[in-house]
Design a protein around this ligand. Structure first.
Ligand SMILES: Cc1cc2nc3c(=O)[nH]c(=O)nc-3n(C[C@H](O)[C@H](O)[C@H](O)COP(=O)(O)OP(=O)(O)OC[C@H]3O[C@@H](n4cnc5c(N)ncnc54)[C@H](O)[C@@H]3O)c2cc1C
Length: 511
């Protein structure tokens, strides 16, 4: 282990990376750098404190995690068995537009474009005339989820089985443990100990070394702050500042409790709107994860816990755990030679399972910009630009779920239904209302089908449709939709049950 850092080394380039924290963010970073950067001659170490522990929640993911694991060379079946993982085809939203409503936001497409016209435009034209079913009926992953069925997607773009993707529902603590073994196997050095201070290179914003409780000093040319909500380096030492988004995302607490499984695990996560927030239900192989994300202005901790416990599917396996957070992001995520990833970089509530994705996006961007020479402020600026866009686009998408509601049954829903929303979101909603156009980006996480799912699922209905959709004769369009729908049904009927897929592909050991 190195002692005090020598400043001269930084001028030669990054030879040593010190990761602060061993939660999901820390071990994802360690595993990725060990695989992708260490072969260039860079030493990777991770410092964590068992006494402090991790945040201990996080179960639902997005399909991007598959590409992260693949890039690292991780075997899917081994990973799924080790993390008690199930398949996730999307999220079911209950009671968001109105009480009693339900829709699934799938990882996949609605229909197929026909003659250069977006499918949803064609659907909108027919639906207005009562000649089309729910848009969900034209989405393979929605029908798969509703029927608890799963088989991996096909590569052939002509097959309807190529029209979806999938993610996992897993135990993120087990994932961190899995990645730890992986990273240590690739030579990552793990240092156990509690950091009590950090020293900067005089007159700079570069961290020179961190100081452990027992007096050890540990240096590095680049530090990755994965220390969780506390942001030990990025805020504690470097005062990056925090942009608070609680005006548009006012939930600030959560209570979590696992319970026994109540039947075979469904291949989707559920988010049910509640009086002062929403409740998650995430089926893993060995249990159900549950939690209530709420706004402390509108409900007390005890009432939230009682509400959650009263609507579990089966017996709780532990005492409820309370968590507090403030929605927003660090004003700068890369300062000097420190990059913040994970909860130390910001937090957006887990409504669309975006936290692990944002860690992954940060790692990918860091690897792309990894300094060849000395740490360069230009790289830091570019990193911040890319990550700011990622966070803002996720924020807008989350805000849409709250704002696009007709609920008026509690002060919480009155508040979010009438709040001022970011201009960037007003613009998107206006365009959709006018003629069903979904604003598209080159970068950014959520693509057209995701926006469509929430708009239509929460009763944001376009006034009209793209005139191009009128070019196809009505009877032909009707036949096209009917054939698509029955093709999806036939395909899903022939698929294995999700439960059987898990048993064959990746059975986990009993907990
Ligand atoms: C209620 C809730 C629900 C969530 N659900 C999801 C979900 O479904 N999907 C999803 O993608 N994400 C979810 N998340 C987010 C997810 O939990 C985190 O993004 C993820 O676990 C990463 O956390 P982390 O590694 O940044 O921080 P942590 O897990 O807090 O880890 C911090 C690490 O830093 C170490 N550390 C801290 N201080 C010191 C010190 N002084 N010295 C030494 N070590 C130190 C700790 O020991 C620990 O190892 C959820 C979060 C919350 C709050």
């Amino acid at each position: 282990m190195s002692g005090m850092h020598e400043n001269a080394r930084a001028r030669d380039g990054v030879r040593e990376v010190s990761i602060i924290g061993g939660g999901t963010a820390g071990w994802m970073t360690a595993a990725a750098l060990a695989r992708l950067i260490a072969p260039l001659g860079v030493k990777v170490r991770l410092i964590e404190s068992d006494a402090i522990g991790t945040v201990g929640v996080g179960e639902a993911t997005l399909p991007h995690i598959r590409f992260f694991n693949e890039r690292l060379g991780i075997d899917e079946a081994e990973f799924m068995a080790a993390t008690q993982a199930t398949i996730k085809l999307g999220i079911e939203f209950r009671g968001w537009g109105r009480e009693g409503d339900s829709y699934i936001h799938p990882f996949g497409d609605y229909g197929r474009e026909a003659g250069g016209v977006a499918f949803h435009q064609l659907w909108r034209r027919l639906h207005a005339e009562g000649k089309a079913g729910r848009i969900c009926d034209y989405s393979l992953p929605v029908v798969m989820a509703e029927q608890d069925r799963f088989a991996p997607p096909a590569a052939d773009p002509r097959s309807v089985m190529s029209s979806f993707s999938y993610a996992y529902q897993m135990d993120a603590t087990l994932y961190a443990r899995f990645l730890r073994a992986f990273a240590e196997g690739l030579g990552v050095e793990r240092v156990e100990g509690r950091i009590v201070d950090a020293a900067l290179v005089p007159d700079t914003d570069h961290v020179d070394h961190v100081i452990l409780e027992d007096g050890r000093r540990i240096g590095g040319d680049l530090f990755v702050d994965c220390s969780g909500f506390r942001g030990l380096l990025i805020e504690g030492a470097l005062k990056a500042g925090y942009e608070d988004w609680s005006d548009v995302l006012p939930c600030d607490r959560a209570v979590a409790v696992p319970c026994d499984s109540a039947g075979p695990p469904s291949p989707y996560t559920r988010a049910t709107a509640r009086k002062a927030g929403w409740q998650w239900r995430i089926p893993l192989q060995h249990r159900l994860g549950n939690g209530y994300v709420y706004c402390s202005d509108h409900i007390g901790d005890q009432e939230a816990a009682d509400d959650l416990l009263s609507c579990l599917d089966a017996a709780p396996q532990a005492e409820p755990r309370f968590l507090r957070f403030r929605t927003g992001r660090r004003r700068r995520q890369w300062v000097g030679n420190t990059v913040a990833l994970g909860l130390s970089a910001g937090f957006l509530e887990p409504l669309e399972s975006t936290s692990i994705y944002l860690i992954q996006a940060g790692i990918t961007t860091l690897v792309e910009l990894f300094p060849e020479g000395p740490v360069d402020p230009l790289d830091a600026a570019e990193f911040d630009r890319v990550m700011a866009l990622e966070y803002e686009r996720v924020r807008d998408f989350l805000v849409l779920h709250y704002f696009a509601t007709e609920r008026d049954d509690s002060p919480f829903w009155d508040r979010v239904r009438t709040m001022a929303i970011p201009d960037s979101l007003s613009h998107k909603m206006e365009l959709f209302r006018r003629r069903g156009s979904v604003v598209q980006y080159k970068d950014g996480l959520f693509l057209e089908p995701s926006w469509l799912a929430v708009y239509l699922g929460q009763r944001v209905v376009p006034e009209g449709h793209d005139p191009l959709a009128d070019r196809m004769p009505l009877d032909k369009a009707e036949r096209y939709l009917a054939e698509l729908r029955s093709q999806i049904r036939r395909t899903v009927d022939a698929l294995p049950r999700h439960e059987d897929f898990l048993k064959r592909h990746c059975p986990a050991a009993a907990a």
